[in-house]
Design a protein around this ligand. Structure first.
Ligand SMILES: Nc1ncnc2c1ncn2[C@@H]1O[C@H](COP(=O)(O)OP(=O)(O)OP(=O)(O)O)[C@@H](O)[C@H]1O
Length: 319
């Protein structure tokens, strides 16, 4: 893989707090990478460093063959879109999108702005004020404003998290379309695994300021390397394999009602198409579900279950 963007041994600290340590990551041109992980794992800090808002205490950042580690944000050709759109309220949509281009005295300004508005489907809204737009439309303006600057890398830090569920899904698809259409290299931060799986060419799963696992959505979804990765991606029953590693099952992979093990129902919840159960068993806590049509189990009821090995993910590490 070519290194269009390379982070080499990047260490990032706030005073004495080391937020990211020795991070190595290389990103290909046109790739959409998601940084995924729980709150505090260092996703935003990594973004700030790529954008130039933070100076690394060690390591370097290369973008398109140029070492940008010591360059100010304005010289990096990096765009940034946050969850808050930060549009100028007194400027029209058109002027918001034109703003950065005017500062640069860019040629062909009008064509670029019109192009940007068309890309995000807002041609008709050019003369509106931001307050007369929905949240999703405002986020599109923020996206267009970054796109027209033709950044080498576009960084998106939880850009959809202020939107309601339906709009979020719509914008997710929109973003994917724009990315494929423009071919812009994107780094997208989220703590939402479904969002990461749906969007990414490659997922970087972070933990405590380091990379836990990197892979395609399919790899991350089906072959987590550790208990942490498995847990984060929806494997809810995780048990030691007796050889230092672990075995992990998604709730749907656990067989309820038959099998060599016995458990007691501790909790149950209706979840639409499925009914979810938590069982106490000599093996540990088991999370299972059944189709909603199956006869419900009562709390306190004893039930047989099976953990089929062929349906387990094999974890190299249990932690
Ligand atoms: N300005 C700051 N000063 C001191 N420590 C900070 C600062 N910003 C972040 N940190 C610490 O750095 C670590 C990484 O934070 P970061 O914001 O990068 O995490 P994150 O993965 O983006 O989390 P979230 O999903 O909550 O935004 C955390 O331990 C956090 O407490």
């Amino acid at each position: 893989m070519s290194d269009y963007v390379a982070l080499d041994g990047l260490t990032l600290a706030y005073g004495k707090t080391v937020a990211v340590e020795g991070l190595d990551l290389s990103i290909a041109k046109g790739e959409l990478i998601t940084l995924l992980g729980p709150s505090g794992c260092g996703k935003s800090t990594t973004m700030r460093a790529i954008a130039g808002l933070m100076t690394p205490s060690a390591g370097r950042i290369v973008i398109d063959g140029r070492d940008v580690t010591r360059l100010p944000p304005s010289k990096r050709e990096v765009g940034l879109v946050f969850q808050s759109y930060a549009l100028f309220p007194h400027l029209t949509v058109y002027e918001n999108v034109a703003f950065g281009l005017r500062l640069k005295s860019a040629p062909d300004l009008d064509a670029k702005v019109r192009d940007g508005l068309a890309t995000v489907g807002l041609t008709e809204f050019a003369d509106r004020a931001p307050r007369d737009l929905s949240g999703g439309q405002q986020q599109r303006v923020a996206l267009a404003r970054s796109l027209v600057m033709e950044p080498k890398v576009l960084l998106l830090d939880e850009p959809l998290s202020n939107l309601d569920a339906r709009l979020r899904l719509e914008m997710r698809m929109e973003l994917q379309r724009v990315q494929k259409e423009t071919g812009i290299t994107m780094v997208f931060v989220t703590h939402d695994q479904a969002e990461a799986l749906a969007l990414a060419d490659r997922i970087v799963l972070m933990r405590d300021g380091a990379i836990e696992q990197m892979g395609t959505p399919e790899e991350i979804y089906s072959a987590p390397v550790s208990g942490f990765a498995a847990d984060f991606i929806g494997f809810e029953t995780i048990l030691p394999d007796g050889a230092g590693g672990g075995l992990a099952w998604r709730p749907g992979a656990v067989v309820l009602g038959s099998g060599p093990n016995q458990g007691t129902v501790r909790g149950t919840a209706f979840a639409g198409e499925r009914r979810e159960y938590i069982l106490d068993s000599p093996l540990g806590t088991i999370k299972a579900d059944t189709p909603a049509g199956a006869a419900p189990l009562e709390i306190g009821q004893s039930v047989a279950f099976d953990l089929p090995r062929e349906r387990a993910a094999h974890l190299a590490r249990l932690d």
